[in-house]
Design a protein around this ligand. Structure first.
Ligand SMILES: Nc1nc2c(c(=O)[nH]1)N[C@H]1C(S)=C(S)[C@@H](COP(=O)(O)OP(=O)(O)OC[C@H]3O[C@@H](n4cnc5c(=O)[nH]c(N)nc54)[C@H](O)[C@@H]3O)O[C@H]1N2
Ligand SMILES: Nc1nc2c(c(=O)[nH]1)N[C@H]1C(S)=C(S)[C@@H](COP(=O)(O)OP(=O)(O)OC[C@H]3O[C@@H](n4cnc5c(=O)[nH]c(N)nc54)[C@H](O)[C@@H]3O)O[C@H]1N2
Ligand SMILES: [Mo]
Length: 768
């Protein structure tokens, strides 16, 4: 094996000294600015700034240091002193940069100047903001005259409520609803599933509920890596006697044990809290079966001894109960065991824990949403909660854990391709125009449009669209056929290396930096995973004097691309963001009443949630039980022994396509991301040795070859028939057609693949 690559089992807990060491390494590598220390002290504090990492709730009474290992890494990454200056771009062609990996590209440092791509020289060259806006405006006007539906306005879930509101208005004034955002690859499944069954598109759990839950059921959410601040609430809950039950194919350290790095006693004594009391290694895509099994067990217990179901709640509040009961009773344990990968006794045991707990929360993440039947899976979890009235009372509820720090908020303020979710009449009235009513392009549809040449321009407000989407091979080939591509970003990424005829890379302020405008320093707002809104104020000096804020860039494009509209005060909005908040309040008066005052509420101010009042804004006016249409959420039928279900995963050292380093401490992998986690029995069966090189090939009916070579085999505690490898390296394997049926979220958590032995270091064992 190469000398820098190490694979070993990590024995420590999540948090603890490992997390402190990891932080120091990252701080050194990022060459952070001095402002970082000040920044960390104000992270997630009232009067401070909202972390740019995950969307987890920010408590009213924060810990002394209300940040986690990964939140601090995100702060270091943004406040790096390193710069990607024009001289850097002058000496590296874009073609050369395409040979760099994701880590090296972002590690160059913060973007400092607006840049325009020169096709002849194959380099990015500095350009003035005025010229940039002028040309982008001219190009957009030309396409608009042809057909305004040919432009996509993508947003990654980080931009503030203010920037997001302005961005959706730009798209609608331009003439389309083509507003996909990262949520289309993420919790869109939630936004489709929850309104049908509980009448609201977001979760019902608030932070306070963690103090009242008797049991918390986790499905497909990797807290230790992806929302580590939640470990504080979990640790407190576990110490109080709350039972935590996890359903996850992989043994994830952050869901097993935790040492609070902010607790000196725990750090010195090596004290750790066991997080999960039960850990069920469900098959990828097996949750519908597991949940059905639990419900079946509950019905059996109810019949035997009674006292299990909340009959009063079901009679008063629910619809579809009888059909659901019959469905569960009809399923055979044999089939449920096969589809879930769990034993009947395990499903019965989980049901018993559920049945004994007074208040239960269902928490979930990408392990449920990124499947063919993701919507059904989320609704199956709601079925379980409804049986005992676990929605709309303290300590209970459904808790989708969102990703990007403002992804939920972007949807709230109108970034959506679905016109039904947006008060278009209100926008029409406020701004005196006729908004487009036709459904816009989701991420998957935008990819289709780019592949078939219908989409002519792509504007990206943050993110790394081309790297985060499925089918990256053909997507990279098709991308340059667009006329115009514009990327608003803080750091260079691979998505910036594929360019349309006219292409711009526009650098913006990060949320941690002072945003100085005509009326003074500005504050922005975000919404967290528990539907609370917070103010966020940057404190660090901007890395470059040439940066503009996201609102300023949006306004700059809008003023040049759109006809004059005196009712849309782009310039005044940029000068004073409180005026954008007034506009948001005018658009959604119920949600954002007194926005400019309430945004300072410690812990955030709450968005009203109807399900918490047990008012069900569904078609039936009730909370709906849903009978699943199938028991497997995956694309493959599970019929062929040599087809594995590939889970594409995040490491502890990345934030989506941003790779901070090559150390996945919790999974014991160092020095490389090109690994595949396999069950030892599958390795033996398929003749693959530890550390051997393998190639993965997608199994799909369309005859397209999709493969990734040079992955090293690592034996791991994962169910037979499932394997894991990192995102975004493996996105080439995901066919665009394999997405969640109703939400169109790419099915990144069970890609049917075949494993092919490669030469070079592979020690084949004779197949038994
Ligand atoms: N440090 C860090 N923080 C992040 C991010 C990051 O990349 N790095 N990304 C942010 C974003 S945008 C998001 S959306 C969230 C993502 O956070 P998560 O929702 O935690 O997403 P993943 O890490 O992709 O996968 C979650 C878990 O699902 C499990 N899983 C896979 N398939 C199944 C299945 O079929 N059933 C079950 N029950 N489990 C399954 C996997 O083993 C994994 O542990 O985190 C956010 N926070
Ligand atoms: N195979 C597979 N694919 C997946 C997933 C998976 O689990 N498996 N997960 C999916 C999920 S959940 C998500 S959310 C998407 C993520 O998709 P995206 O949100 O598009 O991608 P990110 O990697 O978060 O974007 C990183 C880039 O954002 C830019 N950036 C950072 N901060 C700022 C800022 O403040 N302003 C601006 N303008 N730009 C900024 C930087 O240039 C950085 O390079 O990927 C999805 N793709
Ligand atoms: Mo996400």
């Amino acid at each position: 094996m190469d000398s820098h690559i190490r694979i070993r089992h990590y024995e420590g807990p999540a948090g603890g000294w490992g997390s402190v060491q990891s932080l120091f390494r990252n701080a050194l590598r990022s060459r952070v600015r001095l402002a970082t220390i000040d920044a960390l002290a104000h992270q997630n504090k009232p009067e401070g700034f909202a972390c740019v990492s995950c969307a987890w709730a920010k408590p009213a009474r924060p810990h002394v240091a209300e940040f986690c290992e990964n939140g601090a890494k995100a702060t270091f990454w943004e406040l790096t002193g390193k710069q990607a200056l024009p001289e850097f771009f002058a000496t590296h062609t874009v073609t050369e940069l395409r040979t760099w990996d994701d880590y090296s590209l972002e590690a160059v440092g913060r973007l400092t100047h607006p840049m325009r791509y020169d096709h002849l020289l194959d380099i990015y060259e500095p350009v003035s903001w005025d010229l940039a806006f002028e040309e982008i405006g001219r190009e957009l006007r030309a396409i608009r005259a042809e057909d305004p539906k040919k432009v996509v306005f993508y947003a990654s879930g980080r931009a503030s409520l203010e920037a997001s509101y302005m961005y959706q208005l730009l798209a609608r004034l331009y003439g389309n609803n083509n507003l996909p955002d990262s949520s289309n690859m993420c919790h869109e499944t939630t936004s489709v599933a929850l309104p049908e069954v509980i009448g609201q598109p977001v979760g019902s759990v608030r932070l306070d509920d963690f103090a009242h839950a008797d049991a918390i059921f986790f499905f497909g959410q990797n807290t230790g890596s992806n929302s580590p601040r939640m470990l504080h609430q979990l640790q407190e809950a576990a110490k109080r006697g709350c039972v935590i039950v996890t359903f996850n194919p992989l043994k994830e350290r952050g869901l097993e044990r935790f040492t609070n790095p902010q607790n000196p006693v725990e750090m010195l004594t090596g004290g750790e809290t066991k997080i999960s009391h039960r850990y069920y290694q469900v098959k990828a895509g097996g949750d519908i079966a597991a949940l059905t099994g639990m419900c079946k067990a509950l019905f059996e217990r109810e019949r035997a001894s009674g006292g299990i179901l909340d009959h009063g709640f079901i009679a008063e509040h629910c619809h579809g109960f009888e059909d659901f009961r019959v469905f569960c009773e009809e399923q055979s344990w044999g089939v449920l065991e096969k589809e879930s990968g769990l034993k009947r006794t395990e499903m019965e045991e989980a049901a018993e824990i559920y049945g004994r707990a007074n208040a239960v929360m269902g928490v979930y993440g990408m392990g449920l949403t990124q499947h063919k039947l993701g919507v059904t899976t989320v609704q199956s979890l709601v079925n379980l909660l409804l049986l005992r009235g676990n929605i709309g009372r303290p300590g209970a509820g459904i808790c989708p854990v969102r990703g990007h720090s403002n992804v939920q908020g972007q949807r709230t303020v109108g970034i959506s391709e679905k016109p039904d979710l947006v008060p278009l009449d209100r926008l029409a009235e406020l701004y005196g125009f006729e908004p487009p009513r036709e459904e816009g392009l989701s991420t998957v549809d935008a990819c289709r449009g780019i592949l078939n040449g219908e989409v002519r321009a792509f504007i990206g407000l943050g993110g790394n669209f081309l790297r985060a989407v499925p089918e990256t091979g053909p997507m990279e080939d098709a991308w340059p056929k667009m006329r115009l591509t514009v990327q608003v970003a803080t750091k260079l990424n691979r998505g910036h290396l594929f360019n349309g005829d006219v292409a711009y890379l526009l650098p913006c302020l990060g949320r941690l930096e002072v945003d100085m405008q005509a009326t003074g320093p500005q504050t922005v707002t975000i919404e967290d995973s528990t539907a609370c809104f917070h103010a966020s104020k940057g404190r660090a000096r901007p890395i470059s004097e040439h940066l503009l804020s996201e609102p300023a860039i949006i306004a700059g494009i809008a003023r040049m691309a759109l006809p004059e509209n005196p009712r849309v005060p782009w310039e005044e909005w940029v000068a004073d963001y409180s005026m954008v908040r007034d506009a948001i309040e005018a658009t959604w008066p119920d949600i954002f009443k007194d926005f400019n005052t309430r945004m300072w509420t410690p812990g955030g101010f709450e968005k009203p949630l109807s399900a918490n009042r047990r008012e069900w804004e569904t078609k039936t006016g009730k909370a709906n039980f849903k009978v699943p249409e199938a028991l497997s959420a995956s694309f493959d039928s599970g019929m062929h022994d040599d087809v594995l279900r590939l889970i594409t995963l995040r490491s502890n050292d990345q934030f989506n396509t941003t790779v901070y380093g090559y150390r996945d401490r919790f999974r014991g992998v160092e020095g490389t991301r090109m690994v595949i986690f396999l069950n030892p029995a599958d390795m033996a069966r398929l003749g693959v040795a530890e550390g051997g090189n393998v190639r993965l090939e997608t199994v799909a009916a369309d005859n397209v070859t999709r493969s990734v070579s040079g992955l090293r085999a690592v034996s791991y505690d994962i169910p037979e028939g499932c394997c894991g490898a990192y995102y975004p390296e493996c996105n080439v394997l995901i066919p665009l057609s394999q997405h969640a049926e109703r939400s169109k979220v790419p099915a990144a958590k069970s890609v049917p693949v075949r494993l092919v032995a490669e030469g070079g270091g592979l020690q084949l064992r004779a197949a038994e």
